[in-house]
Design a protein around this ligand. Structure first.
Ligand code: NAD
Length: 274
């Protein structure tokens, strides 16, 4: 299976390094012929992102802090200056003050609550609006629409159930998942699909801020039906599915890539105490 993304191009937002979920998705898209642009937050990350992008044949890098609406406008202007249309977008961005990703959710400060919601949720809304405006739309003589595009964001099970330490990020992911459904409904008439991947825990820069993350990883490994943690390649494969025409009838969906962990109601009998 090659060439699934031939002739398609899109923006990857949220690549920090080769551990990033965005990297797993970008690699799979590239393998299938997609042309990729990357946005990064700040100069420090550019040094990491540039060689990774180059290894996938891309020199198209755009700086963008998604909490700054003017920066978002500038980034999408830069995108449109080179590519008048895009076919897909990956939103792999989340942030919260790590001192509040431990202890009690009840102690979340207003400032961090708002910042977390802004960067991790509102950015998806702001980005979808700008990306949708760049997605092609073709209508045939019978009024049947084709083209459109596909947008994917990343969420986590802490949106659905309490995961100790995930706190305000869980509340933000719940809002993100609800946003995906509303955005999918807004964009549907244009043939644009909006979905989320709910990834199991993976050791990344962002995840290292979550209290006792090693315990979460171990617990998932021992209790998920597949009895292993997922990799960024697992996430990448599912990302390719949602961003390609393979999932042409799928929108507003939260698709779990978590070794089946979300289906399990209690500790597995064969799981040792940890
Ligand atoms: P990561 O650290 O590799 O990526 C997080 C990205 O968010 C970074 O590239 C960072 O630059 C970007 N970012 C943060 N604030 C930003 C801002 N203001 N403007 C622009 N970019 C900003 O970590 P990751 O785990 O790959 O995270 C990607 C997404 O996947 C996040 O939404 C995360 O919540 C989600 N996710 C991660 C896991 C996991 O276990 N790692 C599981 C499920 C979902």
């Amino acid at each position: 299976m090659t060439g699934l993304m031939e002739g398609k191009r899109g923006l990857i937002m949220g690549l920090a390094n080769d551990k990033s979920l965005a990297w797993g998705i970008a690699r799979k898209l590239h393998e299938q012929g997609a042309e990729l642009a990357f946005s990064y937050q700040g100069e420090a990350l550019e040094k990491r992102v540039r060689p990774l992008a180059a290894s996938l044949g891309s020199d198209f890098l755009i700086e963008c802090d998604v909490s700054d609406m003017a920066a978002l406008d500038t980034a999408f202007d830069a995108l449109a200056a080179r590519w008048p249309t895009i076919d897909f977008l990956v939103h792999a961005i989340g942030f919260s003050d790590k001192t509040e990703l431990r202890g009690k959710f009840m102690d979340t400060s207003l400032d961090n609550f708002l910042m977390t919601m802004n960067i991790s949720v509102y950015s998806m809304v702001a980005v979808t609006r700008r990306a949708a405006a760049m997605m092609p739309q073709v209508e045939d003589e019978n009024g049947v629409k084709s083209g459109g595009g596909s947008i994917v964001t990343l969420t986590y099970y802490g949106a659905e159930k309490v995961v100790p330490h995930y706190n305000v990020m869980g509340v933000a992911k719940a809002a993100l998942e609800a946003s995906v459904r509303y955005l999918a409904n807004d964009c549907g008439p244009q043939g644009i699909r909006v979905n989320a991947l709910s990834a199991g825990p993976i050791k990344t820069l962002a995840a290292s801020g979550i209290g006792d993350f090693r315990y979460i990883l171990k617990w998932n490994e021992l209790n998920a039906p597949l009895r292993r943690n997922v990799t960024i390649d697992d996430v990448g494969g599912a990302g390719l599915y949602l961003l390609s025409d393979l999932s042409s009838g799928v929108t507003g969906e939260v698709h779990h890539v978590d070794s089946g962990y979300h289906t399990v109601g209690m500790k597995q009998e064969d799981a040792p105490d940890i």
